[in-house]
Design a protein around this ligand. Structure first.
Ligand code: FAD
Length: 516
């Protein structure tokens, strides 16, 4: 049946399809008719194209295409545009949560098959850049840049098994964002295949509307096939530090203090998280120490502490040649300005690469426990500084006080490091917090209950009038999308009309419907 459906759907692309063919024959016939250098496979519901990290949705797409480069991708998009209904989803590493990289009945492009394309170093006006494939994983970009150039990108995500195109379609946020902006603020040129199947190079000065549309554009305007990423010299080592607070007010005051300092007068990375004030191995005190030899002694927690505690996390870069006392002095000076609970301080020294790959270790453990492959009903938000204390009182201290089975991140970012010409929707405040409830489902509430709790949190944010936006947004109705984009909705629609007028691209975002 799958074979017949595939043939029927692609009948407009392939004129000489034989109804008796096997799916593989059909794939090869399509491949020939499109003159692809890469390959094409029937997708099926169990295949990679129908699944993502969220594990909440699965759909059956028509075919999985493994392109060799931009020309193949352009051919596929053009072929889809000649049909009345086919859509095309670029799939990075499928680490979306809500089916954003899927195409129900459509064509899925496996961007990983292009990951080796492009790796060109350049110096422009004295600054170093690397051109990489949109399908490259950030961890490979890191390894190759450090190994061959002694340089690395400036702005990261916490976890690096994500593709360049996948994170640039959202923003790409981590502990360096306060200083350098999100990853979308750290690229200067893109090569993009638009929804019209045109291969276009764009930058701030060349096809700038497409450039800014695509950054944070949720895959709606084009498929990123190459990105030019800013580089900086790499430090050898990182001192990674965690300090604990019992009061949100003190935690947030110190976190904000650190992110508004000038470069050289703060940590090189600042994040934070909330954890339960108990001995639960995943949600409580044991989640804080950075080394198995560290002990979290609850006797140090002030009597006044409530249901949750807060951890501020900093990282300080240094070089092998730096004298240990110089590093100690600089770190002590910074910590001396903070009001954390004395004696609840943890630190380790590790190489820069080990630090950036720290979540890979978590992944290995979670895979061994089976929780990596279970569903992940995550919720990510940006909440204005003006409302974050309110959010803490209602959400952290009450709704999720027992934890979410994974990290509950909360740390401040600066709006002026984001370019408001990109498609990302942000809250109004100059300082806003990223809040990430990174749920891992083990025993306990069902996935449905956890999804319902996410809805409840978002509903509360709306009702309480919080200045907030979803990060990695997911909505079912057009009204919700309009509210999400607010006064940027018109611009978003105009960009769609310009670059993907038939709404072929990224159907899994569920914003626009395919038109003829
Ligand atoms: P996919 O899930 O494959 O795709 C995401 C969307 O982008 C889809 O709509 C897809 O069609 C589109 N797309 C994919 N490739 C391209 C392309 N080349 N051109 C245009 N559109 C494209 N985010 C952060 O900001 N910071 C973090 O620290 C962070 N940590 C994470 C940790 C984990 C374990 C996970 C699962 C996610 C994390 N994320 C983080 C979220 C992550 O950045 C997004 O989910 C991102 O979209 C995943 O990248 P991907 O390559 O898997 O993209």
């Amino acid at each position: 049946a799958k074979c017949t459906k595939m043939i029927a759907c692609l009948g407009r692309i392939v004129h000489d399809t034989d109804a008796e063919s096997k799916p593989d024959d059909v794939a090869s016939s399509i491949s020939k008719s499109l003159d692809l250098q890469g390959s094409i496979e029937s997708a099926g519901i169990t295949g990679v194209a129908g699944r993502d990290f969220g594990g909440l949705y699965s759909v059956e797409s028509l075919a999985l295409i493994k392109p060799s480069g931009a020309e193949d991708i352009a051919r596929v998009v053009k072929a889809a545009s000649r049909t009345s209904h086919l859509t095309v989803a670029a799939r990075g590493n499928g680490h979306s949560i809500n089916g954003q990289a899927m195409a129900d009945g459509g064509l899925v492009i496996d961007m990983r098959s292009t990951e080796e394309n492009h790796f060109t170093f350049s110096t422009i006006n004295g600054s170093p850049y690397i051109d990489v494939s949109g399908g490259a994983l950030w961890e490979d970009v890191l390894t190759r840049c450090v190994l061959t150039l002694g340089l690395a990108p400036r702005s990261w995500t916490d976890y690096l098994s994500l593709t360049v195109g996948g994170t640039l379609s959202n923003a790409g946020v981590s502990g360096q964002t306060f200083r350098y902006g999100p990853q979308t603020s750290n690229v200067t040129e893109l090569e993009v295949v638009t929804g019209k199947g045109e291969i276009t190079v764009c930058s701030e000065n060349q096809n700038s509307e497409l450039f800014f549309a695509v950054l944070g554009g949720l895959g709606q305007f084009g498929i990123i096939t190459r990105a030019r990423v800013k580089l900086q010299p790499v430090p050898d080592m990182v001192r990674w530090i965690r300090v604990v607070y019992s009061e949100f007010e003190e935690f947030s005051r110190d976190a904000e203090f650190l992110v508004i300092q000038k470069e050289g007068e703060s940590f090189d990375y600042v994040e934070g998280f909330v954890f339960s004030n108990n001995d639960d191995p995943v949600n409580g005190w044991p989640s804080v120490p950075l080394d198995p030899d560290h002990e979290f002694n609850p006797a140090h927690i002030p009597q006044t502490a409530g249901s949750v505690l807060y951890c501020l996390e900093g990282a300080f870069h240094y070089r092998n040649g730096d004298h240990p006392s110089t590093v100690d002095t600089a770190v002590s000076r910074l910590l001396g300005r903070l009001g954390f609970v004395e004696l609840l301080k943890f630190q380790v020294d590790l190489s820069y690469k080990e630090f950036l790959l720290r979540v890979k270790r978590t992944e290995e453990h979670a895979k061994a426990n089976g929780v990596w492959d279970s569903p992940h009903p995550w919720l990510n938000l940006f909440v204005s500084k003006s409302d974050i204390a309110d959010f803490d009182r209602t959400v952290f201290k009450k709704m999720v006080k027992d934890g979410v089975g994974g990290p509950m991140l909360v740390y401040p970012l600066l709006r002026n490091k984001w370019d408001n010409r990109t498609s990302v929707a942000l809250p109004e405040g100059e300082i806003f917090y990223i809040v990430a409830l990174l749920r891992f489902v083990t025993k306990g509430p069902s996935v449905e209950d956890l999804v319902a709790q996410n809805h409840e949190i978002v509903k509360w944010c709306i009702k309480a009038g919080l200045d907030f936006k979803l990060y990695l947004p997911h909505y079912q109705s057009i009204e919700d999308w309009k509210r999400h984009f607010g006064n940027q909705w018109t611009r978003f629609m105009e960009r769609k009309a310009c670059f993907d007028p038939m709404a072929i691209l990224a159907p899994g975002q569920k914003i626009f419907k395919r038109t003829h």
